[in-house]
Design a protein around this ligand. Structure first.
Ligand code: FPP
Length: 228
């Protein structure tokens, strides 16, 4: 049986979920944020150690300005309202991505949430914000070149945003599309991939349980062969 240490999720389908109910896309993002709470709490209860959630990509800045504003406000609201729940559930908050592009106040809120939960030893919830794997890898290469003329796997990994965090075991994408959209391309090299047609606000603990039990039975070979 495989251990599930690091779960990563591409939370797709908020916009379509809202449109289907005749509502604005922003309504879907609000419901999506509620789902983040539910799935995070459940992942902590299941004993998963790392949960990385794709909340805002480097490409999402190209969305209409009103939608970007809604997502920034939601993030800020989440950072304020979520700290007690994170503490109650022993969850440490973290981010990956280039946060220097966010407003000074949002950067402060991110730092505050990280500091307030730094002592928590259960699940680490990692929000990928202004995150793109290609951007992350390029930043890591340039950082590595400041101190090394030749880069090894270990040197590169120590300069990724995920330094010290184990590789992804399971990567789930909701919303029906079968692509990685520039998410954790290095870290998910040997991840088991699950594509669900469910739109993110409808994703359930039950569906997560089904995926996890399928994953546990999967034979992972990491490019090798199975020893009898
Ligand atoms: C993709 O759905 C989702 C996003 C780009 C943002 C994800 C954000 C959330 C789940 C809510 C905010 C989270 C936190 C933690 C505050 P989409 O809009 O691309 O949906 P579509 O494919 O149906 O258009």
């Amino acid at each position: 049986m495989n251990d599930l240490v690091h779960l990563a999720i591409i939370m797709d389908g908020n916009g379509r979920w809202a449109k289907r109910q005749g509502k604005e896309r922003s309504f879907g993002h609000k419901e999506g944020a509620k789902k983040v709470r539910e799935i995070t709490k459940y992942a902590a209860k299941m004993g998963i150690k790392y949960l990385t959630l794709y909340a805002f990509s480097t490409e999402n800045w190209n969305r209409p300005k009103t939608e970007v504003t809604v997502l920034m406000k939601l993030l800020s609201k989440y950072l304020h309202s979520e700290i007690p729940t994170l503490l109650e559930n022993n969850i440490r908050f973290d981010v990956i991505g280039d946060i220097s592009k966010f407003s000074a106040s949002l950067q402060k809120e991110i730092t505050y949430a990280k500091e307030m939960t730094a002592h928590c030893t259960g699940l680490r919830q990692i929000l990928a914000i202004n995150y793109g794997a290609q951007d992350e890898i390029l930043r890591a290469i340039n950082k590595s070149l400041q101190t090394h003329s030749e880069i090894t796997k270990e040197i590169l990994e120590s300069n990724l945003d995920t330094a010290g965090i184990p590789a992804v075991d399971v990567l789930i994408r909701t919303g029906g599309d079968c692509r990685l959209s520039n998410f954790l391309l290095w870290q998910a090299a040997y991840a088991e991939l699950f594509f669900s047609k469910t739109l993110w606000p409808d994703f359930s603990v039950g569906e997560l349980e089904t995926i996890v039990s399928e994953y546990k039975q999967t034979e992972r070979r990491f490019g090798g062969v199975v020893t009898p």
